[in-house]
Design a protein around this ligand. Structure first.
Ligand SMILES: Cc1ncc(COP(=O)(O)O)c(C=O)c1O
Length: 385
């Protein structure tokens, strides 16, 4: 018998271990404060855990409906209507997913055929490009404006072609922490108006927008909503990133296609978490209070960073703060992040990790979704920079 694994031709020759895994491992090895990966180091509201526990005790532990439990879909539809003024039908237009990551890949697999072009705005969340590759699509990368990270509509317009199937947008934006304005969304709406291009609108940080600005969901704009699959994540909103649960809101015809892939992808999402979230969503307070909660952390972190030689970029939304390292070091971003972790005990993420070709602009990203004491410990270390 020949005991051997047959040779495999990799589908992803250029993909290795991501910088997030590398930096988290280095942070753990060096005992560094990990402001790299984006997740809170504090717990969620115990009431949410109670709701999930209650659902488990009640015996709600078997497969839920493929599309998600009705009470949760209804709660999501009610929230979107209250916040953004668009009514999605809970039965045919809302689907519960295993986090935003599964929602995004499922959306891409549902609408992108081999050879279709999909526009992504770089830097971007690292799953978009491999997802498009998996669907056999052609990734068309358009940079956000260097320095400000605002969308450049002249370049987006130039990237549109008769083969463009979709564009992926993300506001509030990871990693730059910019928030698209109403005018920018209107420009996108006008630009796409004469086209058949779909929008995958990644809005996982929808409830983290600061300084009185409003989140401009694609749901607010009729022309965009009609062509968009809007993705969000309960993990980000309720401090439960490990639960991997999110949703997609899209017009019924798009949702029908989405669900064809979803049912053979994950089929459905864990039941007790869905019931727990549905009862927790009866009050809007947790997400309405989120901007103030994170804005205070952002300000605490920015005040400390402002005393270092790092140059702060604006943080309009998300739980990220970017900083220009050029006043501190001439190292490449990735080398700087390793040096910072080893020598100063604070881990960050190089922005270049979120560009396919590793574009290096001397900018690193910190995550401030941390306890105040964690942020203070990091700032104490960074003060020596
Ligand atoms: C822009 C963006 N989209 C999607 C996700 C994934 O969300 P989830 O954890 O719900 O899969 C993240 C998580 O970091 C993100 O930053």
């Amino acid at each position: 018998m020949n005991v051997r694994t047959p040779p495999l031709q990799t589908k992803f020759p250029t993909i290795g271990t991501t910088i997030f895994t590398v930096m988290s491992a280095l942070a753990a090895e060096k005992g560094a404060v990990n402001l790299g990966q984006g997740f809170p180091d504090f717990d969620c509201d115990p009431k949410l855990v109670d709701g999930v526990t209650e659902a488990m005790r009640k015996g709600l532990n078997q497969y839920p409906p493929m599309t998600g439990v009705p009470v949760l879909r209804e709660a999501v539809a009610a929230k979107i209507e209250a916040l953004y003024g668009r009514k999605y039908d809970a039965a045919t237009e809302i689907t519960i997913t295993a986090g935003a990551t599964q929602a995004i890949i499922t959306a891409i697999l549902a609408i992108v055929k081999p050879g279709d072009e999909v526009i992504v705005l770089e830097p971007c969340y690292d799953s978009y490009v491999p997802n498009i590759d998996l669907a056999g699509g052609k990734v068309v990368r358009v940079p956000l404006t260097p320095g400000t990270f605002r969308p450049d509509f002249a370049r987006i317009s130039a990237a549109l072609s008769p083969r463009t199937r979709a564009i992926v947008i993300n506001t509030p934006h990871n990693p730059s922490a910019t928030v698209w304005t109403r005018e920018e969304m209107l420009q996108l709406q006008d630009l796409l108006d004469p086209t058949d291009v779909f929008v995958i609108s990644d809005e996982v940080y929808e409830h983290m927008v600061y300084d009185g600005q409003l989140h401009q969901s694609a749901a607010r704009f009729p022309g965009l909503a009609a062509r968009s699959l809007i993705v969000s994540s309960f993990g980000k909103t309720y401090h439960v990133t490990g639960w991997k649960i999110g949703y997609v809101a899209a017009p019924a015809v798009l949702t029908a296609e989405f669900r064809k892939v979803h049912q053979f992808n994950v089929f459905t999402v864990n039941t007790p978490m869905q019931y727990g979230l549905a009862s927790y969503m009866a009050s809007p307070d947790p997400y309405l209070q989120l901007p103030a909660f994170y804005q205070r952390k952002r300000d605490l972190f920015r005040e400390g960073l402002a005393r270092t030689r790092l140059k702060l970029l604006p943080s309009e939304g998300t739980y990220f703060q970017c900083a220009d390292i050029s006043g501190v070091s001439a190292l490449k971003e990735a080398e700087f992040c390793k040096w910072l972790t080893v020598e100063f005990g604070v881990a960050a993420i190089p922005m270049s990790a979120l560009y396919v070709d590793g574009d290096d602009q001397g900018i690193v990203r910190f995550c401030f979704a941390k306890k105040d004491e964690t942020l203070r410990a990091a700032l104490e270390r960074l003060a020596k920079l």
